[in-house]
Design a protein around this ligand. Structure first.
Ligand code: ZN
Ligand code: ZN
Length: 428
């Protein structure tokens, strides 16, 4: 016998016990998007590879090692999207949204793909939500995206939210900082103190050394200068305004000089939002400004700012904080028959109940009544409708309330209306 086919490494099925929580998260996103005025765009799962090599940068880990790239039957190089920002900006340019009143606020959600080593909670196909404000230079747009993500987490019930924030400057001032950082490393700890990857980064992208998680590199950069002292006037006042705005809306903010982000198109604000137990908070969101992305992919200058957040991580954090998300949707009414002679009647009743927006189920396995009652109990149904000889003859249905065992007979043609009423009473 051939072996059974399993889901590819790094992917998984999100089953019913869990997927309803994802739906809940997405519903909250949809509500928040409405309140902030973001419109939803449904973007392609794959794009021309060039969009990501130009928009993310050839030298990043994502583009160098982690993309699912293939040649399609038309000889085009295609890549499964590893993130959404580049696609959002591509869509903005392609549909000439620059001609619409600015800014344009967009959001989207869906699966992303990165060829990474699978770990607990990290998959090669993973879902992200993504919110972007395009066409706004103002630091208040940065503030609004941070507030958007915080509002999503607040409405979901997450607590202990903290904003980590930094500026990565602009091409004008980043050079000065790059030089200052290199001088510090050369004259202080020396290149030998760094891990091999970071030694390679020294010339190419020294800022990323601050981001390295290896203890040796963290120690070597402990006293490294922060970019704040190197910012040009424009970047400095932008950074200060975002911070003033955050403090005005009561956010818990911490400056973090190590927050540099791996993608080259980022300018000015970079942020993460932490949630979880105090002292063991994890980033649930990463975002920032990317004023040079549109030009990098061949468009005009379009300032932009936004964030992405992984649904998996949000759900894990909600569970970690013990947030009550409501109950998993379940069958409310189960229809039981005394014999298979009443199978059609049972299906017809289930049909009517569903038309009245009651969740209803019935047996298709020809089980005996006792086994059907067991099924009903296992489904978690609040009510069981019983159809047998007597009921059919008298045009009634026997309804059993599963929480107190009470059983009563009601006219068949009133069953749906009565059950809707009883459900409301029960939920009160
Ligand atoms: Zn600057
Ligand atoms: Zn390192």
């Amino acid at each position: 016998m051939e072996s059974t086919i399993k889901a590819p490494r790094g992917t998984r099925d999100v089953l019913g016990d869990e997927s309803w929580k994802w739906t809940h998260v997405l519903n909250v996103c949809r509500d928040v998007a409405g309140d902030f005025g973001y419109s939803e765009v449904l973007l392609p799962i794959f794009e021309h590879t060039e969009l990501f090599s130009r928009g993310i940068g050839d030298t990043t880990d994502v583009v160098e090692k982690e993309m699912y790239t293939f040649i399609d039957k038309g000889d085009r190089s295609i890549t499964l999207r590893p993130e959404l920002t580049a696609s959002m900006v591509r869509s903005y340019l392609e549909h000439d949204m620059k001609r619409a009143p600015q800014p344009v606020k967009l959001w989207s959600a869906g699966p992303m793909f990165r060829y990474e080593r699978p770990q607990k909670g990290r998959y090669r196909q993973f879902w992200q939500i993504d919110f972007e404000i395009l066409g706004a230079q103002s630091p208040m747009a940065d503030l609004e995206t941070i507030d958007t993500s915080m509002e999503i987490y607040r409405r979901l019930g997450l607590t202990n939210l903290q904003v980590l924030i930094n500026s990565v400057g602009c091409p004008n001032c980043r050079h000065a900082y790059r030089d200052a950082l290199k001088r510090f490393l050369e004259s202080g700890p020396g290149l030998d103190a760094l891990c091999e990857t970071c030694q390679g980064r020294f010339e190419r992208n020294p800022l990323r050394i601050l981001d390295c998680k290896k203890p040796a590199c963290r120690e070597a950069t402990e006293d490294a200068p922060a970019i704040w002292d190197s910012l040009c006037d424009e970047c400095r006042s932008h950074f200060e305004d975002v911070n003033r705005g955050l403090s005005r809306i009561g956010a818990d903010v911490k400056l973090d000089k190590r927050l540099v982000r791996g993608l080259d198109y980022y300018t000015k604000t970079a942020y993460e939002i932490l949630a979880g137990e105090l002292g063991a908070q994890n980033a649930v969101c990463g975002g920032g400004r990317y004023d040079n992305l549109a030009e990098a992919i061949g468009g005009p200058h379009v300032p932009g700012v936004g964030f992405a957040s992984g649904i998996e991580r949000i759900v894990i954090t909600l569970e970690g904080q013990g947030v009550f998300l409501g109950e998993k949707p379940k069958t409310e009414v189960y229809v039981v028959t005394a014999s298979s002679d009443f199978a059609i009647e049972a299906s017809a009743l289930a049909h009517e109940l569903r038309a009245s927006k009651l969740s209803a189920g019935t047996d298709y396995a020809g089980r005996g009544m006792k086994a059907q009652m067991k099924q009903a109990a296992a489904s978690g149904a609040d009510f069981v409708c019983i159809i047998g000889e007597d009921e059919a003859a008298s045009g009634t249905v026997s309804v059993k309330n599963m929480s107190n065992g009470e059983q009563r007979s009601i006219p068949r043609n009133e069953a749906a209306a009565k059950l809707v009423l009883w459900r409301e009473e029960r939920n009160r």
